[in-house]
Write a protein that binds this ligand. Structure first.
Ligand code: ADP
Ligand code: TRP
Length: 323
C-alpha cells in the first residue's frame, strides 16, 4: 500500500472548509493508503497560542478527526510533538533550503504581518517537509493554500537526495475540487475562522448556522448565464452535505431560470444541520473522555515513531552523521 501523510494544525475550532479541504479526504483515502494523520502542534506554536488554547485545540482536532470518520484502527493518528524526530529532521533539512526559497512563501508574507516575523513562521515549510519525508510519504492530501509548501518540500527532498543518495521519497500533493471553500461573507476570500460570519463551524449551533447561511453573500442573479463564484461555492458545500443529486436538482432549476437563493439557502441549512448532527453527537461523547483520546494518540505516536526513527537513522548515516 502506498503511504499517505497529512497534518492539521490545532488552531481553534474546525469548520466546513477544513472538513471539505482536508478531513473528508482523510476519511475517503484512509483505506486506500497506509495513512498517517497528525495534529501539527509544533506548527501551530508559530501563532503563539496560550497553554490552554493549544491543549484544548489539540484534543479538539483529535476528537473531530474521529467524529468525522477517521478510524484509528486503520489509520495512524498521532500528535507531532510526541514524535521528536520531526524536529530533528527539520534541522537537517534546513541546510538544504535557502532563505530566498522561504521568503517566496505567500503564507509567510501573510502570516508574518499578523504574528510578526518569528523564525518558526519562516522555517515552517522546512518542518512540513520533514513531516512527510520522515514517513516516506508518496501522497499528501492538502487544501490549495498548502500546495506551495508542498512544492518546496519536494525541492528540499530532491536537494537532500542529490547530496546523500536517494534517501527520501518525493511526495505528490492530492487535490480535490473542495480544496478551496470560499467564505460565506466574502466569496473572494477562503472560508476561515478568522473572518466573522465566514465559516460554518463543525460545532456551530443551529441558530448560528441559520444566521450565517441566511446572510451568505450571493452577488448576482442565480440564473445568470455563468454561475457566480458565490453560487458555485454554495453548490460545492451542498454537494458535500447533501450529495450530488441535490446539486443536480438545483442546477436543473437554474437552467430553467427558476432557482431562488432563498430556496437554495433553506435546503443548505436543512442539509447542513442534518449532516453535522451525528458528527456533533460523536464529538461530544469523545471530548468528555480526554484520557481515551490521550491513549489513542499515544498508541498512534508510538507506531509513527518506530517508522520515524528508522528513516531518520537511514538519513543520518547517509549524511555521515555518526550519532
Ligand atoms: P484557517 O484558515 O481557518 O485558519 P487552517 O489554515 O488551520 O484554517 O487550515 C487547516 C486545513 O484545512 C488545511 O489543510 C487547509 O488547507 C484546509 N482549509 C482551511 N480552510 C480551507 C478552505 N476554506 N477550503 C478548503 N480547505 C481549507
Ligand atoms: N501546514 C498545514 C496546514 O496549515 C499543516 C501541516 C503541517 C501539514 N505539516 C503537514 C499538512 C504535512 C500536510 C503534510 O494546514
Amino acid at each position: 500500500m502506498k503511504r499517505l501523510v497529512s497534518g492539521l494544525q490545532p488552531t481553534g475550532s474546525l469548520h466546513l472548509g477544513n472538513y471539505i479541504g482536508a478531513i473528508a479526504q482523510f476519511v475517503e483515502l484512509q483505506h486506500q493508503y497506509d495513512s498517517f494523520f497528525f495534529v501539527a502542534d509544533y506548527h501551530s506554536l508559530t501563532g503563539r497560542p496560550t497553554k490552554k488554547e493549544l491543549t484544548a485545540s489539540t484534543y479538539h482536532v483529535l476528537a473531530m478527526l474521529i467524529a468525522c470518520g477517521v478510524d484509528p484502527r486503520s489509520a495512524t493518528v498521532f500528535v507531532q510533538s510526541q514524535v521528536p524526530e520531526h524536529t530533528e529532521l527539520s534541522w537537517i533539512f534546513s541546510n538544504f533550503c535557502s532563505v530566498g526559497q522561504l521568503k517566496r512563501m505567500t503564507q509567510y508574507k501573510e502570516k508574518s504581518d499578523q504574528y510578526g516575523q518569528n523564525v518558526g513562521l519562516f522555517t515552517y515549510p522546512v518542518l512540513m517537509a520533514a513531516d512527510v519525508a520522515l514517513y516516506q510519504a508518496e501522497v499528501v492530501p492538502v487544501g490549495d493554500d498548502q500546495i506551495q509548501h508542498l512544492e518546496l518540500a519536494r525541492e528540499i527532498i530532491r536537494s537532500v537526495n542529490a547530496h546523500a543518495g536517494n534517501v527520501f521519497t518525493e511526495p505528490k500533493p492530492l487535490l480535490t475540487k473542495g480544496s478551496r471553500i470560499m467564505s460565506l461573507s466574502d466569496p473572494t476570500k477562503k472560508m476561515s475562522k478568522s473572518l466573522a460570519g465566514s465559516a460554518i463551524g463543525l460545532l456551530d449551533d443551529e441558530a448560528t448556522i441559520i444566521r450565517n447561511i441566511k446572510r451568505a453573500v450571493t452577488d448576482s442573479d442565480p440564473n445568470s448565464a455563468k454561475p457566480s463564484k458565490a453560487l458555485q461555492n454554495l453548490f460545492t458545500i451542498l454537494e458535500v452535505v447533501a450529495g450530488p443529486e441535490a446539486v443536480k436538482d438545483m442546477e436543473a432549476m437554474r437552467k430553467d431560470g427558476k432557482l431562488r437563493y432563498s430556496e437554495l439557502k433553506e435546503l443548505l441549512i436543512e442539509e447542513t444541520l442534518h449532516f453535522l448532527e451525528p458528527i456533533q453527537k460523536t464529538y461530544s461523547s469523545l471530548i468528555k473522555d480526554p484520557k481515551a483520546l490521550e491513549l489513542m494518540a499515544l498508541n498512534g505516536s508510538r507506531r509513527a515513531r518506530t517508522i520515524a526513527q528508522e528513516n531518520l537513522s537511514i538519513a543520518k548515516k547517509a549524511l555521515g552523521l555518526v550519532g
